[in-house]
Design a protein around this ligand. Structure first.
Ligand code: NAD
Length: 253
């Protein structure tokens, strides 16, 4: 993207934001790469290193659970050190200005909440990795509790209350999507007049259906991503550029 087409794109985005009544941002891993958390599909992304562990394997195998937690602990320094980036802060500014009722995110890193968006206004389609839950009774456990048990017994722990496995509170491949979050995301998408997809490769379904739903419900659609997506053709504005640089001008605090 040339400097002048980027400037035009940012100016057009500014106009669309000013004209909008209700803006729904939809974020993916790309908004957090500048915060030191790798995405999945870029070079150096998590998938280039590890095959994801599907949910049924996690349930069936202690080895898979141990491996899953080893990977999670290896990521802990990155998650613990991460601070909201310019993209998160721009969305928090629009939220505080009353333009954004809630953010829909595929991310699991809690950075929208850290940026100042109330937890009840962050719709997490794929859960949250900053804590854990029992997959049976749903009891919440902190990561430090899991780590202490793992270090003591060299095994991923089970729930103290019901004995089922404890898993980071994320949605794995093969695990059901959360009903309430899907419902809320659907309603937000249908009622906004500007939908901005930010840093998502838009290939993971059903999450990737939301930009199309927005468009079909009459909203304007903007896509911000440093590479093309399959949905670029249906968008009203596409900015192929770094998210921090694109959204930095919209940070107001
Ligand atoms: P993805 O890895 O499939 O796509 C990220 C997209 O963002 C890519 O198209 C990439 O080119 C683009 N991108 C990366 N950095 C960018 C930047 N600075 N500026 C502009 N574009 C940039 O991720 P996804 O679409 O969110 O979906 C995959 C799944 O990955 C999600 O389910 C999510 O749960 C999980 N995930 C989350 C995190 C996180 O919480 N931060 C990190 C890795 C994976």
């Amino acid at each position: 993207m040339t400097a002048s087409s980027l400037q035009n794109g940012i100016a057009r985005l500014g106009d669309m934001i000013a004209e909008a009544r209700s803006i729904v941002p939809f974020t993916g891993a790309g908004i957090s790469t500048e915060c030191g958390i790798p995405d999945f599909r870029s070079p150096g992304g998590l998938w280039t290193k590890n095959r994801p562990i599907p949910f049924d394997e996690f349930v069936a195998s202690q080895d898979a659970r141990d491996e899953s937690w080893r990977r999670r602990f290896a990521m802990e320094p990155s998650f613990a050190a991460a601070k909201p980036g310019r993209g998160h802060r721009a969305l928090a500014s629009l939220y505080k200005a009353g333009k954004v009722p809630a953010v829909i995110t595929q991310n699991i890193d809690n950075l929208h909440q850290t940026s100042g968006i109330a937890p009840e206004h962050v719709v997490e389609l794929h859960g949250n990795t900053t804590y854990a839950r029992c997959i049976g009774c749903g009891k919440r456990f902190e990561i430090g509790w899991v780590k202490a048990r793992f270090d003591k017994n060299s095994e991923a722990p089970d729930c103290e209350a019901c004995g089922d496995p404890v898993k980071s509170a994320t949605i794995s491949f093969g695990q059901a999507m959360p009903d309430e979050e899907m419902q809320r995301a659907t309603e937000l998408t249908q009622h906004c007049d500007l939908f901005i997809a930010i840093g998502s490769s838009l290939v993971v379904w059903p999450a990737a259906g939301f930009p199309l739903l927005a468009r079909n419900s009459g909203a304007r659609l903007v896509i911000i991503n440093n590479e093309p997506t399959d949905m670029d053709d249906v968008a009203d504005l596409v900015i192929h550029h770094d998210i921090g640089e694109t959204l930095g001008p919209f940070v107001s605090n």
